[in-house]
Design a protein around this ligand. Structure first.
Ligand code: NAP
Length: 283
């Protein structure tokens, strides 16, 4: 029941209708028996500052930030975490006495299903967009001795590598032509391209032959969470390679955001089940 004391959390984006965050967060808040609701707020880029001021004024204590505001929101913050500064993007806001504070929980989300599994492994990142930034930051946490980033546009890959605040030892940019040299040395391969979802549902960033060139001990991680499994992970599993899809990352970034807002552990199993049920019904 919504009461006079009900507190609000939410997500801002444009569009925001596709976001799965309301499903997982409302289920989590209900499981914790908290008088909170989590709503999607459609916010146009031109309205970002007004929306953030207005949401703060009506007492919204925490927000997630999705496309296209993850970078633009930096201009509206009182402060941000060192990690968000490093990634250059914010996906979680918390209201403080001084203003909005921002951080990036995609890094923790990416790391959540890995544990010690990928520590010290050479990493191969396919794509160099927004999500790849969180993956590269996570690669540093994992002490990856080398992080190879592959993109289809040489200038964009070069800009990606150069854009980090501090020079990143071991991060190298390549175009897709370099794959034959890179595949045999990879310990962790991460797909951050949309190849495998939506209109490109039947596509895969790596071919069967590419996958055969990987070491048998590799972990193939696809950030896509629908369909499950993607074509990439289907083929990797057929070859006996270990795989990880993007659902645990989605839950992990949401769980860390909830813990920041509430100061208590998030019900990760409840959040995972809510998303699994929702995605199964959506197919
Ligand atoms: P983005 O910023 O648009 O980056 C996408 C990257 O993929 C860019 O480098 C892009 O290259 C490349 N790319 C696009 N189409 C390609 C193609 N046909 N062939 C080769 N490269 C291609 O998107 P994003 O926000 O990083 O998201 C990327 C993926 O990660 C999406 O599938 C998203 O759903 C997923 N994701 C999952 C989670 C999670 O929690 N599991 C979180 C974030 C993102 P150009 O720059 O040359 O176009």
């Amino acid at each position: 029941m919504i009461t006079g004391r009900t507190k609000l959390l939410g997500v801002i984006g444009d569009p925001v209708g596709h976001s799965l965050s309301p499903v997982m967060h409302n289920r989590a808040l209900a499981a914790l028996e908290l008088d909170y609701r989590y709503l999607p707020f459609p916010v146009k880029p031109a309205d970002l500052g007004t929306a953030l001021a207005g949401l703060a004024a009506v007492g919204v204590g925490g927000l997630n930030v999705t496309i296209p505001h993850k970078v633009a929101v930096l201009a509206h913050l009182h402060d941000l975490s060192p990690l968000a500064r490093q990634v250059g993007a914010v996906n979680t806001l918390c209201w403080t006495d001084q203003g909005w504070w921002g951080t990036n929980t995609d890094v923790a989300g990416f790391l959540a299903p890995l544990g010690q599994r990928a520590v010290g492994q050479p990493m191969l990142v396919l794509g160099c967009g927004g999500a790849a930034r969180a993956v590269v930051a996570a690669g540093r946490e994992l002490d990856c001795p080398a992080i190879h980033v592959v993109g289809r546009d040489a200038a964009k890959v070069a800009a990606f590598v150069e854009s980090w605040p501090q020079p990143l030892a071991g991060v190298q940019g390549h175009t897709w032509e370099a794959l034959p040299q890179l595949l045999p040395t990879a310990g962790l391969v991460v797909n951050t391209t949309p190849l495998g979802m939506g209109a490109a549902r039947d596509a895969s960033p790596l071919s069967w032959e590419d996958l055969q060139a990987l070491p048998a001990s590799v972990l193939v991680y696809d950030l896509i969470y629908t369909p499950r499994p993607t074509r990439l992970l289907q083929m990797a599993a057929q070859l006996g390679l270990e795989t990880q899809d993007g659902l645990a990352m989605l839950v992990g970034q949401g769980a860390e955001a909830l813990e920041i807002w509430l100061g208590r552990p998030a019900p990760v199993a409840v959040m995972t089940a809510a998303l699994e049920t929702h995605l199964a019904q959506a197919i």
